[in-house]
Design a protein around this ligand. Structure first.
Ligand SMILES: *[C@@H]1O[C@H](CO)[C@@H](O)[C@H](O)[C@H]1NC(C)=O
Ligand SMILES: *[C@@H]1O[C@H](CO)[C@@H](O)[C@H](O)[C@H]1NC(C)=O
Ligand SMILES: *[C@@H]1O[C@H](CO)[C@@H](O)[C@H](O)[C@H]1NC(C)=O
Ligand SMILES: *[C@@H]1O[C@H](CO)[C@@H](O)[C@H](O)[C@H]1NC(C)=O
Ligand SMILES: *[C@@H]1O[C@H](CO)[C@@H](O)[C@H](O)[C@H]1NC(C)=O
Length: 604
């Protein structure tokens, strides 16, 4: 029964065109050709009739759970016949969708396949047409088709109308099939999540044993559901996805990749550029995680700047004043003291919100998680944390009841409502743990690991420490694991790295380490807090990104971009002083922070 623990690793599969397997599609003909679509009506039994639950939609959970959905599930992905070449069909008013059949294992091109879901917002400037730009929202486990739904138009406003914005669901994710789901339904997954320990993870009590046991159970269950010789779990590794991206680009007539990847998407960009250095057209990686730390399955370089983001909560609250921040006080230190007083109070005595629907109990873990989630998108969520802490401090039950869904993301049962492609997944482990070195749990080593994480960030450490346990209890090994260098002496075009000054899970120091490994790459720093540069609108960043995409130009070394909006404080400059174009661009960027990707935070 141990066949999943296959140790065979192919260190390097050189790029071989799939032309022998897949008919080569000439771009000019494929674009103009009338696409013939065969609609296959699937039996309802296969896809419907399941009970589905999802978390409240306004909570922006930074987990692999999709948090905001721009579209109702009006497009039936299952009705789209997968094909070995990209055949676009119209979908979602003005967009294009396709399902692309690719080999599960590139080493067995005639073997079993996976159908990759593609969703594209077509370029509107056909005169200066520059081809597709692929996007990846991170996770791992995030859906690219969903990112197009939530932010495609806004991303297009940044890179310009000459690019198609192309989201794809990586293997096992979203509308790609087979799905990396270890549960029968989303409601079943939610019920499992509700059994989670109410204590924070702490290496000096029994909470680690429970967290570990949960990961062991989940790992075993996944092994049964998606493991096995040809199970999807063995074929979701990042080198496989990088190869898929190359195939997608080339089928669309572009020899080289154009790409913007966020968060885990920065890992995907690093792998791609290392494996196919001569296929780099434009590669932007945003919110950069160190590929070496990732491949070690360590997850311990992430929190270097988390506390700086948390500190900014206090300073921006103070700067904004009492009108804009409920927790305002005469100094940032006083605001901080009030925050910690409330945190310790709920630890000693959890606060109940009996009139919320559903009722909510505020524990230390709940409050700490709310703050950590908010560090991903301070513009949208710092205010909510301030309101919550103020309401707790003043014991205002009316306010607490209203805030409850933003304190504990509610689990709602929506029976038979959720299409499979909107459901959550267990993709994190097959991807991140599979890409990573095998780790064996050792109590003492883990205690030390935990201590170090907590030393980086006292508040985020206990929440982050779960990723390591996930990988320690994950047994399925990928068929293709990349063990070659994660860097390149030369790429066919230099990479552009972009990083906030303070990112809660992808620190600037990681971006700098990665920059050193990819010769000639540029690094743009955005003077912001939050996860990835999307977390704060910046006309300056947008213009550099556009210049890179359009003309290939890198910002000058040492370029730092200011932002146009600050948490609590609001707009930095007078919009009346902006040109019409800039006003529109800024408008498109605002609210993009709601689309900020999720990242390896499955522990909540
Ligand atoms: C873990 O528990 C110990 C003992 O109760 C406590 O002193 C310590 O502060 C806890 N660690 C964290 C990070 O909460
Ligand atoms: C409690 O909060 C509600 C809603 O935010 C507000 O209208 C009310 O004035 C608050 N009550 C007190 C006593 O502050
Ligand atoms: C890097 O590769 C490009 C083309 O791929 C080539 O023109 C250039 O000379 C190479 N640079 C170095 C330093 O090898
Ligand atoms: C690209 O280069 C052209 C020619 O130098 C210039 O006019 C244009 O403004 C550049 N585009 C961007 C976005 O910088
Ligand atoms: C996207 O841009 C449009 C304007 O172009 C704006 O109205 C909308 O609020 C933006 N949405 C997000 C999520 O940023």
């Amino acid at each position: 029964m141990d066949m999943n623990r296959d140790k065979i690793e192919r260190p390097y599969v050189p790029y071989e065109p799939l032309a022998t397997v897949l008919p080569v599609v000439k771009p000019a003909t494929s674009r103009s050709r009338k696409v013939k679509i065969l609609l296959v009506l699937l039996t309802a039994a296969a896809t419907f009739g399941l009970n589905h639950c999802w978390r409240g939609l306004d909570t922006d959970l930074p987990s692999s759970t999709p948090s905001t959905r721009a579209d109702p599930p009006e497009f039936d992905w299952n009705a789209l016949e997968p094909a070995k070449t990209i055949r676009w069909t119209s979908c979602y008013s003005g967009q294009k969708c396709a399902r692309l059949l690719l080999p599960l294992d590139y080493g067995t091109p005639d073997g079993p396949t996976t159908a990759i879901a593609l969703r594209m917002l077509p370029a509107t400037d056909k005169v200066n047409y520059k081809g597709p730009m692929l996007i990846n929202p991170g996770g791992p486990g995030g859906s690219g088709t969903d990112l197009v739904a939530r932010a495609g138009k806004n991303i297009s406003a940044i890179v310009g109308p000459s690019f198609d914005i192309l989201g794809f669901d990586p293997r096992g994710i979203g509308a790609s099939t087979p799905s990396a789901s270890c549960f029968e339904s989303d409601s079943q997954r939610q019920l499992w999540e509700l059994q989670e320990d109410h204590r924070l993870l702490n290496a000096s009590d029994g909470s680690v044993d429970i967290a570990r046991a949960r990961q062991t159970l989940l790992g075993q269950r996944c092994e049964q559901k998606i493991g096995g010789e040809w199970g999807i779990a063995r074929f979701m590794s990042t080198p496989d996805v990088a190869r898929d991206m190359l195939e997608i680009s080339q089928q669309l007539g572009h020899e080289k990749l154009q790409y913007w990847g966020f968060s885990y998407g920065s890992i995907l960009g690093q792998y791609f550029s290392a494996i196919y250095p001569d296929k780099v057209g434009r590669v932007i990686i945003d919110g950069v995680y160190d590929g070496h730390n990732y491949r070690g399955a360590l997850w311990n370089s992430n929190l270097a700047d988390t506390d700086a983001v948390i500190d900014s909560f206090f300073t921006f609250c103070h700067q904004a004043g009492p009108e804009k921040c409920a927790l305002y006080d005469s100094t940032p230190a006083k605001i901080r003291a009030r925050f910690f007083a409330v945190l310790h109070a709920v630890e000693a005595q959890p606060v109940s919100i009996p009139n919320a629907e559903p009722p909510v109990l505020v524990t230390r873990k709940v409050l700490q998680s709310q703050l950590f989630r908010a560090t991903y998108k301070p513009l949208a969520q710092f205010v909510v944390v301030a309101d919550t802490v103020y309401a707790l401090e003043s014991g205002n039950q009316t306010a607490l009841a209203a805030l409850a869904p933003k304190i504990v993301p509610p689990t709602e049962c929506k029976c038979a409502d959720l299409e499979p492609w909107l459901a959550s997944n267990e993709a994190f482990s097959p991807i991140a743990c599979g890409d990573g070195d095998e780790i064996v749990y050792d109590r003492e080593a883990y205690a030390k690991y935990y201590e170090n994480l907590v030393a980086s960030s006292q508040l985020a450490g206990p929440l982050w420490a779960n990723s390591y346990l996930k990988c320690a209890e994950w047994r399925v090994r990928p068929k293709w694991r990349w063990t070659g260098p994660l860097g390149a002496k030369n790429t066919s075009h230099p990479l552009l790295l972009v990083s906030p000054r303070y990112d809660p899970v992808c620190p600037l120091s990681d971006a700098q380490a990665v920059q050193d490994r990819y010769a000639g790459s540029g690094l743009l720093i955005q003077e912001s807090v939050g996860h990835c540069t999307l977390a704060a609108p910046s006309l300056c960043t947008a213009k550099h990104i556009r210049a890179y995409m359009e003309n290939g130009t890198l910002p000058k070394a040492g370029t730092v971009c200011g932002v146009d909006e600050l948490p609590f404080v609001g707009a930095v400059q007078d919009v009346r002083a902006l040109s019409v174009e800039d006003t529109e661009l800024l408008e498109a960027m605002k609210g993009l922070s709601a689309a900020v990707p999720t990242f390896g935070f499955g522990g909540l």
